[in-house]
Write a protein that binds this ligand. Structure first.
Ligand code: GDP
Length: 304
């Protein structure tokens, strides 16, 4: 799906909430601002981000004295874009790998059900399409279904996978994968991990063990730790991001399932709340339905 299609529900709900916030008013007054604040919070933009947006609009209202509600949408779009200027964004705008980092190792983390396996499949598809050779590693050895699902994706996309029997040591799978990737001359290695946030210490230990064994082969691996979040859970995704980033060094975020939800405003909250860039967004179940997040495009399509 295109970004516009993928964000359809969020956009409709977002714009209609704003519409209701200003209904029957010709100028932006305190009541309109109150309503707008409520509308943004209920659109999952997050309290911090909403307060910043409202403050900026208040300033504009003071400066301009008379501000018509007809101008509010444009103003809102500008101010949302303005606060996102400082949000981190990744340097790599396409499926290229940074120079000198071959194989580029991506470790994917996130709790079960958020769309981790699907995102790995989509990433593999995109890297392959960009002419890169890809190898997958099934280091989520706790769920048989995880290995099966990843195997299905590897067949669908046509990329090899390294796996071991269920219950094997995830670090051993990661080691095998990196070793095999180096031997094969792979460009990109993507490693799935088990996301069990309910046991934070265990998770930290496991991820650091995976990292340690990889480092025996590639000292600066993983080059990317990608946290996958389910955008359709709204503020829960924000909460999960807080917990995960406290438990491990996450370097990029992927927000999935933005199609079929009206809670896409959470992307703004996440982009604005973390020093970690949102790198990818998922807008469907198919392999084509992954996009590189662009904050300007995202805001544009919310208002177009
Ligand atoms: P995992 O347990 O985190 O590995 O989750 P899966 O990758 O198995 O995904 C869980 C469900 O979410 C599956 O039914 C996927 O098809 C679905 N899913 C994943 N990403 C997206 C997305 O961007 N949009 C939609 N609509 N569904 C998605």
């Amino acid at each position: 799906e295109s970004l516009d299609q993928g964000l359809q529900k969020t956009k409709e709900s977002f714009l209609s909430k704003i519409g209701r916030a200003i209904a029957g008013k010709s100028t932006v007054d305190a009541e309109v601002l109150d309503n707008l604040e409520e509308a943004l919070v209920s659109a999952d933009v997050g309290v911090d981000t909403t307060v910043r947006i409202i403050e900026r609009i208040e300033d504009r209202v003071k400066r301009d004295k008379f501000l018509g509600t007809s101008e509010l949408n444009r103003l809102l779009q500008e101010e949302i874009a303005n606060i996102l200027v400082d949000a981190p964004q990744t340097e790599y705008r396409d499926f290229e790998i940074p120079p000198g980092k071959k194989p580029y190792v991506i470790m994917v983390v996130g709790v079960n059900g958020v769309g981790k396996t699907t995102t790995i499949g989509k990433l593999a598809y995109n890297f392959k399409k960009a002419g890169k050779s890809v190898l997958l590693g099934a280091a989520d050895t706790f769920r048989a279904a995880a290995v099966d699902q990843l195997t299905i994706w590897s067949e669908r996309v046509g990329v090899p996978i390294v796996k071991q029997p269920m219950g094997s040591d995830p670090a051993s799978v990661a080691f095998d994968t990196v070793q095999s990737g180096v031997a094969k001359g792979a460009d990109v290695i993507i490693i799935d991990t088990a996301g069990r946030l309910h046991n934070k210490i265990h998770l930290m230990d496991e991820l650091s063990k995976i990292k340690r064994v990889m480092n025996k082969i590639i000292p600066d691996a993983p080059h990317e730790v990608l946290l996958v979040l389910d955008g359709s859970t709204g503020q829960n995704a924000l909460e999960q991001a807080k917990q995960f980033t406290a438990a491990t060094e996450v370097s990029a975020l992927a927000i999935t399932k933005l199609d079929g939800t009206a809670k896409g405003g959470v992307v703004l909250a996440i982009a604005n709340n973390f020093k970690i860039p949102v790198k990818y967004i998922g807008v469907g179940e198919k392999m084509e339905d992954l996009q590189i997040f662009d904050k300007v495009e995202f805001v544009d399509s919310l208002f177009s």
